[in-house]
Design a protein around this ligand. Structure first.
Ligand code: XMP
Length: 511
């Protein structure tokens, strides 16, 4: 076990994740945990995270008493580095100079941490105070223009530290630095995604207990699927999944959930065909927000009906959600979490239902969830599926939603997806909405005749997290194939255009 001592860092989970990437088990503990309790976990190594900007700040978290006397190899990062320096008799200065962002690090001595790494490398800094003098016996191994002591180590005592953030991707060799520490501490790489899945299953068993029952709304997306698969493994038939087919799904989607997901997991699934109900509710509606509200409302009604049906067979106390770590962070630590995905998940459930949330993916990142999904044997098409908004095709038809329009868009979308997959672009492109401009018509010519059809918009984007995005530079020949096929195969469409707007100013979806 590696303990990541959390000093209130934004990055503690990211550090834990990087340790997992080195195939070493890690656990986050609060900085208030007494050293004896930490030792009881038999840690092979300890990592001190970043934290508030100054060790001098009022209420700044202190290093647990006696930590550096335990003999457990310890690595201080940013605040943890400064706290280590200060505790061991070094000097931390309030230089008044802050360093933020990419900074050039000059390695004066490779030592343990920088062994075999370039003498100059870009690292990610985010600090106000600086270590002015290393504690006695420590070797200073690297510096930047503003920070004379940017890294130090005392291999004899197993103590190491860096001012920068090795855990963020902007630090060129951060992962190597972390690995060097773990190697020096004798941590063997034996931890795998399988362990992570098994741990998650055990934790869910613990939480739900031997009798408890749970319900999960499946969206067809990877997060809810993996969460459900984990819970199913933990409690079997005591989990019921509900999949609401609102008729705004893409081609083959409902079938995929029914067929592939159930086949692999054996989950108890209730599929509700609510297409008519949604179409009726959306009749004549063109305003995007109104559409979203209607879809959200109808979803909840259907889900509630299903819930009541299940409840009548006995109490259901737990609600499974595929919340990921970035969702937790974005909502400021968890309290608002349920709300983020309310529109297509569960928000608006009557308060007196009083579910406890089961969130087995809370500490994971999207790509880890995908790997967990693979570990659980979920089909690749599901694991690598592009994000799809809860309101579905309803917000990709610009204009009112009708069955005919849905059919047109579904065909065009299926062609675009097929060609992008065939070109091997699935993992490069974050997602590619296809949008039907249903109220726009343009003149075309096909087979010597005049056509008067609708345009569709291809909206391929690249993104890290959907907060920002850029339009994807899809090769012309791929675009060409998509365009030819859509105009040939979807009779009502006679024009294909590409959206080349980044986000901001555009959003990814058109509505
Ligand atoms: P925008 O359009 O805001 O989309 O740039 C960002 C990401 O969120 C997805 N999206 C939604 N997902 N329910 C969802 O679950 C929604 O109502 C919703 N609206 C947008 C969108 O597909 C993109 O990945």
């Amino acid at each position: 076990t590696v303990l990541v001592v959390d000093f209130g860092a934004q990055y503690a989970q990211l550090i834990a994740r990087r340790v997992r990437e080195c195939h070493v088990y890690s656990e986050i503990v609060p900085s208030t945990m007494p050293v004896e309790e930490m030792l009881a976990k038999k840690p092979k190594a300890i990592i001190l995270s970043g934290g508030p900007s100054s060790v001098y700040a009022e209420g700044a978290p202190a290093v647990p008493v006696g930590l550096f006397e335990t003999g457990v190899p310890t690595f201080g990062i940013c605040y943890g580095f400064q706290a280590m320096a200060q505790t061991l008799g070094g000097e931390v200065a309030r230089t008044g100079i802050a360093e933020y962002g990419g900074t050039e690090l000059r390695v004066g001595m490779e030592g343990v941490l920088f062994s075999g790494l370039p003498a100059k490398q870009t690292v990610w800094m985010s600090h106000g105070d600086s270590v002015a003098a290393a504690p006695e016996g420590f070797t200073v191994t690297a510096a930047t223009d503003e920070t004379p002591v940017a890294a130090f180590e005392h291999p004899g005592k197993g103590l190491y530290g860096v001012q920068f953030h090795p855990e963020v991707l902007h630090s060129d060799h951060g992962q190597a630095v972390l690995k060097h520490f773990l190697d020096a501490a004798g941590c063997r790489p034996s931890w795998t995604m399988l362990n992570i899945v098994e741990d998650a299953v055990a934790a869910v068993q613990q939480q739900i207990g031997p009798e408890g029952r749970a319900i999960c709304a499946l969206s067809g997306g990877v997060d809810s699927a993996v969460a459900a698969a984990i819970v199913q493994r933990a409690i079997g038939d005591r989990l019921t999944c509900v999949f609401v087919d609102h008729g705004l799904l893409r081609k083959g989607e409902a079938e995929q959930v029914e067929r592939d997901f159930v086949a692999v997991t054996g989950v108890k699934l209730r599929v509700v065909d609510a297409a008519d109900r949604f179409l009726k509710a959306l009749d004549g509606v063109t305003d995007p927000e109104e559409k979203r509200k209607i879809i959200g409302r109808e979803f909840i009604r259907v889900f509630e009906d299903e819930q009541r049906a299940i409840m009548s067979e006995g109490p259901v106390d737990f609600l499974v959600q595929g919340t990921l770590y970035p969702d937790v962070v974005e909502s400021g630590g968890g309290t608002g979490t349920a709300n983020i995905k309310s529109h297509h998940n569960v928000g608006g459930l009557p308060e007196d239902l009083q579910f406890s949330l089961v969130e087995p993916l809370r500490t994971l990142f999207k790509d880890e969830v995908r790997r967990a999904g693979e570990e659980l044997g979920l089909p690749a098409a599901m694991v690598w599926r592009q994000p799809f908004p809860g309101p579905g095709l309803g917000i990709r038809i610009i204009g009112s939603v009708t069955q005919d329009r849905l059919d047109i868009l579904r065909e065009a979308d299926a062609i675009a997806r097929e060609e992008l997959s065939r070109a091997g672009l699935d993992r490069e492109i974050w997602q590619c909405p296809v949008v039907l401009l249903a109220d726009v018509r343009s003149v075309g010519v096909q087979g010597d005749g005049r056509t008067y059809g609708h345009p569709v918009v291809l909206r391929p984007v690249t993104s890290e997290d959907a907060m920002t995005a850029d339009w994807a530079r899809v090769p012309y020949d791929v675009l060409s194939r998509i365009s030819t096929r859509i105009t040939n195969e979807v009779r009502e469409v006679n024009r294909v255009v590409v959206d080349v707007t980044s986000k901001p100013p555009g959003t990814i979806e058109w509505e």
